[in-house]
Write a protein that binds this ligand. Structure first.
Ligand code: FES
Length: 102
């Protein structure tokens, strides 16, 4: 069953500077896109790379290893070599605190 987990302060997630958090076995990347917080799986679907170490531009995250790109809001894989979408997580912000549903 999914539950909300408190993971970060919204102020710590700067635009184009994703951070990573761990909830149980889930390695998750958090992004600020136009002051809204989004969350995806942190590990690339192509090989073992941390999306939080990647290059964010608006709602696009580029993998640091082979430059695969994903849409942060939908998790959609956008270009080779990535083919499989990233898992996305539901987020909410309450009083400046970020929660993720896992
Ligand atoms: S590990 Fe991300 S594109 Fe290869």
């Amino acid at each position: 069953m999914s539950e909300w987990h408190q993971v970060a302060s919204a102020a710590d997630i700067k635009p184009d500077e994703p951070i990573k958090v761990q909830i149980g076995d889930d390695d998750i990347a958090l992004y600020n896109v136009d002051s809204e917080i989004f969350a995806t799986a942190n590990i690339c679907t192509h090989a073992f790379a941390s999306m939080a170490d990647g290059f964010q531009e608006g709602d696009i995250i580029e993998c640091p290893l082979h430059d695969g790109r994903f849409n942060i809001k939908t998790g959609k894989a956008l270009c080779p070599p990535v083919e499989q979408d990233l898992k996305i997580y539901q987020t909410k912000v309450e009083d400046g605190t970020v929660f993720i549903k896992v």
